[in-house]
Design a protein around this ligand. Sequence first.
Ligand code: NAP
Length: 252
Amino acid sequence: MWALVTGASSGIGSEFTEQLARDGYDIILVARDEARLNERAEYLSNSFNVSCEVLVADLSDRSQIRTIEERLARGGVEFLVNNAGFGINKRFANSDIERESENLEVLVSAVMRLTHAALPFMREVRKGYIINVSSVAGWIAGGTYSASKSWVTVFSEYLSVDCATDGISVTALAPGFTHTEFHQRGKMNMSGLPKWLWLESTDVVAHAIKAVRSGTALSIPGRQYRLLYLLMRHLPRGLVRRAGIGVRQRQR
Ligand code: NAP
Protein backbone atom coordinates (compact mmCIF):
# COMPACT_ATOMS: atom_id res chain seq x y z
CA MET A 1 0.00 0.00 0.00
CA TRP A 2 1.18 3.54 -0.81
CA ALA A 3 1.84 6.58 1.38
CA LEU A 4 2.12 10.02 -0.23
CA VAL A 5 4.20 12.67 1.56
CA THR A 6 4.46 16.30 0.42
CA GLY A 7 7.61 18.23 1.31
CA ALA A 8 9.46 14.91 1.29
CA SER A 9 12.85 16.38 0.35
CA SER A 10 13.71 17.81 3.77
CA GLY A 11 12.99 18.04 7.50
CA ILE A 12 9.77 16.61 8.93
CA GLY A 13 8.55 15.31 5.54
CA SER A 14 11.77 13.46 4.89
CA GLU A 15 11.48 11.85 8.34
CA PHE A 16 7.88 10.79 7.53
CA THR A 17 9.12 8.96 4.43
CA GLU A 18 11.63 7.04 6.57
CA GLN A 19 9.24 6.01 9.36
CA LEU A 20 6.48 5.05 6.88
CA ALA A 21 8.90 3.05 4.71
CA ARG A 22 10.08 1.26 7.85
CA ASP A 23 6.40 0.37 8.47
CA GLY A 24 6.36 -1.23 4.99
CA TYR A 25 4.63 1.48 2.94
CA ASP A 26 5.66 2.15 -0.65
CA ILE A 27 6.32 5.88 -0.82
CA ILE A 28 5.29 8.67 -3.21
CA LEU A 29 7.61 11.63 -2.60
CA VAL A 30 6.41 15.13 -3.56
CA ALA A 31 8.40 18.41 -3.54
CA ARG A 32 10.21 20.71 -5.99
CA ASP A 33 13.83 19.55 -5.66
CA GLU A 34 14.03 16.58 -8.02
CA ALA A 35 17.64 15.66 -7.23
CA ARG A 36 16.98 15.48 -3.48
CA LEU A 37 13.78 13.49 -4.01
CA ASN A 38 15.56 10.95 -6.23
CA GLU A 39 18.37 10.59 -3.70
CA ARG A 40 15.83 10.06 -0.94
CA ALA A 41 13.86 7.52 -3.02
CA GLU A 42 17.02 5.52 -3.71
CA TYR A 43 17.92 5.52 -0.01
CA LEU A 44 14.41 4.34 0.97
CA SER A 45 14.28 1.55 -1.64
CA ASN A 46 17.74 0.28 -0.68
CA SER A 47 17.22 0.52 3.09
CA PHE A 48 13.65 -0.73 3.44
CA ASN A 49 13.03 -2.70 0.23
CA VAL A 50 10.01 -0.55 -0.73
CA SER A 51 8.91 0.95 -4.06
CA CYS A 52 9.14 4.71 -4.52
CA GLU A 53 7.62 7.21 -6.95
CA VAL A 54 8.97 10.74 -7.28
CA LEU A 55 6.52 13.49 -8.26
CA VAL A 56 8.10 16.89 -8.75
CA ALA A 57 5.60 19.65 -8.08
CA ASP A 58 5.53 23.24 -6.90
CA LEU A 59 2.46 23.25 -4.66
CA SER A 60 2.08 27.02 -4.97
CA ASP A 61 1.04 26.40 -8.59
CA ARG A 62 -2.54 25.15 -9.05
CA SER A 63 -1.76 23.25 -12.27
CA GLN A 64 1.04 21.37 -10.51
CA ILE A 65 -1.19 20.59 -7.51
CA ARG A 66 -3.55 19.04 -10.09
CA THR A 67 -0.94 16.45 -11.15
CA ILE A 68 -0.76 15.22 -7.54
CA GLU A 69 -4.57 15.20 -7.31
CA GLU A 70 -4.64 13.03 -10.44
CA ARG A 71 -2.18 10.57 -8.91
CA LEU A 72 -4.33 10.32 -5.77
CA ALA A 73 -7.48 9.86 -7.86
CA ARG A 74 -5.87 6.78 -9.48
CA GLY A 75 -6.15 5.11 -6.04
CA GLY A 76 -3.90 2.93 -3.93
CA VAL A 77 -2.85 5.66 -1.47
CA GLU A 78 -3.81 4.65 2.06
CA PHE A 79 -1.67 7.19 3.96
CA LEU A 80 -1.50 10.90 3.08
CA VAL A 81 0.82 13.38 4.78
CA ASN A 82 0.22 17.04 3.84
CA ASN A 83 3.47 18.48 5.16
CA ALA A 84 5.02 20.91 2.62
CA GLY A 85 5.33 24.44 3.92
CA PHE A 86 7.40 27.57 4.41
CA GLY A 87 7.25 30.75 6.45
CA ILE A 88 7.44 34.45 5.58
CA ASN A 89 9.42 36.51 8.06
CA LYS A 90 7.91 39.92 7.30
CA ARG A 91 5.15 42.12 8.65
CA PHE A 92 2.09 41.60 6.45
CA ALA A 93 2.05 45.26 5.36
CA ASN A 94 5.66 44.94 4.13
CA SER A 95 5.49 41.53 2.53
CA ASP A 96 5.14 40.71 -1.15
CA ILE A 97 1.49 39.87 -1.80
CA GLU A 98 2.39 37.33 -4.51
CA ARG A 99 4.60 35.49 -1.99
CA GLU A 100 1.72 35.61 0.54
CA SER A 101 -0.56 34.11 -2.09
CA GLU A 102 1.92 31.29 -2.80
CA ASN A 103 2.14 30.64 0.93
CA LEU A 104 -1.65 30.35 1.20
CA GLU A 105 -1.70 28.00 -1.80
CA VAL A 106 0.92 25.64 -0.27
CA LEU A 107 -0.31 25.75 3.35
CA VAL A 108 -4.07 25.74 2.69
CA SER A 109 -5.24 25.06 -0.91
CA ALA A 110 -2.87 22.14 -1.51
CA VAL A 111 -3.88 20.56 1.83
CA MET A 112 -7.58 20.92 0.99
CA ARG A 113 -7.30 19.73 -2.61
CA LEU A 114 -5.02 16.72 -1.94
CA THR A 115 -7.21 15.62 0.97
CA HIS A 116 -10.28 15.86 -1.25
CA ALA A 117 -8.56 13.82 -3.96
CA ALA A 118 -7.42 11.13 -1.49
CA LEU A 119 -10.76 10.54 0.22
CA PRO A 120 -12.71 8.60 -2.49
CA PHE A 121 -10.22 5.69 -2.53
CA MET A 122 -9.97 5.66 1.28
CA ARG A 123 -13.77 5.62 1.55
CA GLU A 124 -14.00 2.82 -1.00
CA VAL A 125 -11.59 0.57 0.95
CA ARG A 126 -12.90 1.91 4.28
CA LYS A 127 -9.38 2.53 5.51
CA GLY A 128 -7.12 5.56 5.46
CA TYR A 129 -4.80 7.79 7.43
CA ILE A 130 -4.33 11.52 6.87
CA ILE A 131 -1.85 13.69 8.77
CA ASN A 132 -1.99 17.42 8.08
CA VAL A 133 1.05 19.25 9.42
CA SER A 134 -0.15 22.32 11.29
CA SER A 135 1.84 24.17 13.97
CA VAL A 136 1.67 25.59 17.47
CA ALA A 137 1.73 28.88 15.54
CA GLY A 138 -1.96 28.21 14.83
CA TRP A 139 -2.72 28.88 18.52
CA ILE A 140 -1.36 32.42 18.43
CA ALA A 141 -1.97 35.43 16.20
CA GLY A 142 1.50 35.55 14.59
CA GLY A 143 0.64 36.63 11.04
CA THR A 144 -0.72 34.91 7.95
CA TYR A 145 1.28 31.75 8.73
CA SER A 146 -0.60 31.41 12.05
CA ALA A 147 -3.91 32.00 10.28
CA SER A 148 -3.17 29.26 7.73
CA LYS A 149 -2.07 26.77 10.39
CA SER A 150 -5.18 27.56 12.39
CA TRP A 151 -7.19 26.65 9.27
CA VAL A 152 -5.27 23.35 8.94
CA THR A 153 -6.01 22.40 12.56
CA VAL A 154 -9.73 23.18 12.40
CA PHE A 155 -10.10 21.50 8.97
CA SER A 156 -8.41 18.33 10.29
CA GLU A 157 -10.43 18.33 13.52
CA TYR A 158 -13.63 18.55 11.46
CA LEU A 159 -12.53 15.68 9.19
CA SER A 160 -11.45 13.53 12.14
CA VAL A 161 -15.09 13.41 13.22
CA ASP A 162 -16.73 13.46 9.78
CA CYS A 163 -14.55 10.70 8.27
CA ALA A 164 -14.44 8.40 11.31
CA THR A 165 -17.56 6.55 10.11
CA ASP A 166 -15.76 5.81 6.80
CA GLY A 167 -12.87 4.13 8.65
CA ILE A 168 -10.54 7.08 7.97
CA SER A 169 -8.42 8.63 10.71
CA VAL A 170 -7.38 12.28 10.36
CA THR A 171 -4.87 14.04 12.62
CA ALA A 172 -3.53 17.59 12.79
CA LEU A 173 0.13 17.52 13.82
CA ALA A 174 1.03 20.71 15.72
CA PRO A 175 4.78 20.77 16.31
CA GLY A 176 6.64 23.49 18.11
CA PHE A 177 10.12 24.63 17.03
CA THR A 178 11.76 21.66 15.31
CA HIS A 179 15.31 21.31 13.96
CA THR A 180 14.85 21.35 10.16
CA GLU A 181 15.71 23.76 7.32
CA PHE A 182 12.51 25.76 7.96
CA HIS A 183 14.00 28.71 9.88
CA GLN A 184 17.11 29.00 7.73
CA ARG A 185 14.99 29.02 4.54
CA GLY A 186 12.70 31.66 6.06
CA LYS A 187 15.73 33.75 7.18
CA MET A 188 14.52 33.64 10.80
CA ASN A 189 16.90 34.42 13.63
CA MET A 190 16.50 31.62 16.15
CA SER A 191 19.62 32.34 18.22
CA GLY A 192 17.66 33.46 21.29
CA LEU A 193 15.42 30.41 21.48
CA PRO A 194 15.98 28.35 24.67
CA LYS A 195 17.16 24.78 24.09
CA TRP A 196 14.20 23.24 25.90
CA LEU A 197 11.84 24.52 23.21
CA TRP A 198 13.56 22.62 20.37
CA LEU A 199 12.14 19.30 19.12
CA GLU A 200 13.63 16.67 16.81
CA SER A 201 11.86 15.45 13.65
CA THR A 202 12.17 11.79 14.67
CA ASP A 203 10.11 12.38 17.86
CA VAL A 204 7.63 14.71 16.11
CA VAL A 205 6.88 12.19 13.36
CA ALA A 206 6.69 9.17 15.70
CA HIS A 207 4.18 11.09 17.86
CA ALA A 208 1.99 11.93 14.84
CA ILE A 209 1.98 8.40 13.42
CA LYS A 210 1.02 6.97 16.80
CA ALA A 211 -1.75 9.58 17.11
CA VAL A 212 -3.31 8.93 13.69
CA ARG A 213 -3.17 5.17 14.23
CA SER A 214 -5.05 5.57 17.53
CA GLY A 215 -7.64 7.98 16.06
CA THR A 216 -6.38 11.04 17.97
CA ALA A 217 -7.43 14.28 16.28
CA LEU A 218 -4.60 16.49 17.51
CA SER A 219 -0.95 15.48 17.91
CA ILE A 220 1.16 17.83 20.05
CA PRO A 221 4.68 16.40 20.44
CA GLY A 222 6.61 17.37 23.58
CA ARG A 223 5.41 17.90 27.17
CA GLN A 224 6.48 21.56 27.08
CA TYR A 225 4.14 22.23 24.15
CA ARG A 226 1.22 20.30 25.66
CA LEU A 227 1.56 22.53 28.70
CA LEU A 228 1.73 25.65 26.52
CA TYR A 229 -1.40 24.48 24.70
CA LEU A 230 -3.29 24.32 28.01
CA LEU A 231 -2.00 27.78 28.94
CA MET A 232 -3.00 29.27 25.57
CA ARG A 233 -6.53 27.97 25.98
CA HIS A 234 -6.95 29.58 29.39
CA LEU A 235 -5.02 32.85 29.08
CA PRO A 236 -7.00 35.98 28.10
CA ARG A 237 -7.00 36.23 24.28
CA GLY A 238 -5.52 39.74 24.42
CA LEU A 239 -2.38 38.32 26.06
CA VAL A 240 -2.18 35.52 23.48
CA ARG A 241 -2.44 38.09 20.66
CA ARG A 242 0.42 40.14 22.08
CA ALA A 243 2.53 36.98 22.63
CA GLY A 244 2.05 36.15 18.92
CA ILE A 245 3.47 39.49 17.84
CA GLY A 246 6.33 39.06 20.36
CA VAL A 247 7.34 35.68 18.88
CA ARG A 248 7.35 37.15 15.35
CA GLN A 249 9.44 40.18 16.31
CA ARG A 250 12.11 38.07 18.05
CA GLN A 251 12.70 36.07 14.87
CA ARG A 252 13.55 39.12 12.70
P1 NAP B 1 11.84 22.27 5.74
O1 NAP B 1 12.97 21.44 6.22
O2 NAP B 1 12.14 23.62 5.18
O3 NAP B 1 10.98 21.42 4.70
C1 NAP B 1 9.94 22.01 3.96
C2 NAP B 1 9.53 21.05 2.85
O4 NAP B 1 8.45 21.64 2.11
C3 NAP B 1 10.66 20.77 1.87
O5 NAP B 1 10.63 19.40 1.52
C4 NAP B 1 10.29 21.63 0.66
O6 NAP B 1 10.77 20.98 -0.51
C5 NAP B 1 8.75 21.62 0.74
N1 NAP B 1 8.17 22.78 0.06
C6 NAP B 1 8.30 24.10 0.39
N2 NAP B 1 7.67 24.87 -0.51
C7 NAP B 1 7.12 24.02 -1.42
C8 NAP B 1 6.37 24.22 -2.62
N3 NAP B 1 6.07 25.44 -3.07
N4 NAP B 1 5.98 23.14 -3.32
C9 NAP B 1 6.29 21.89 -2.90
N5 NAP B 1 7.02 21.64 -1.79
C10 NAP B 1 7.43 22.70 -1.08
O7 NAP B 1 10.80 22.57 6.92
P2 NAP B 1 10.00 21.59 7.92
O8 NAP B 1 10.17 22.17 9.27
O9 NAP B 1 10.31 20.18 7.70
O10 NAP B 1 8.51 21.93 7.45
C11 NAP B 1 7.52 20.93 7.25
C12 NAP B 1 6.19 21.41 7.79
O11 NAP B 1 6.29 21.57 9.21
C13 NAP B 1 5.73 22.77 7.25
O12 NAP B 1 4.36 22.70 6.95
C14 NAP B 1 5.96 23.72 8.42
O13 NAP B 1 5.08 24.81 8.37
C15 NAP B 1 5.69 22.79 9.59
N6 NAP B 1 6.25 23.20 10.88
C16 NAP B 1 7.59 23.33 11.06
C17 NAP B 1 8.08 23.71 12.32
C18 NAP B 1 9.56 23.87 12.59
O14 NAP B 1 9.92 24.46 13.63
N7 NAP B 1 10.44 23.35 11.76
C19 NAP B 1 7.19 23.93 13.40
C20 NAP B 1 5.83 23.78 13.17
C21 NAP B 1 5.37 23.40 11.92
P3 NAP B 1 11.38 21.67 -1.84
O15 NAP B 1 12.17 22.88 -1.44
O16 NAP B 1 12.20 20.55 -2.45
O17 NAP B 1 10.17 21.99 -2.67
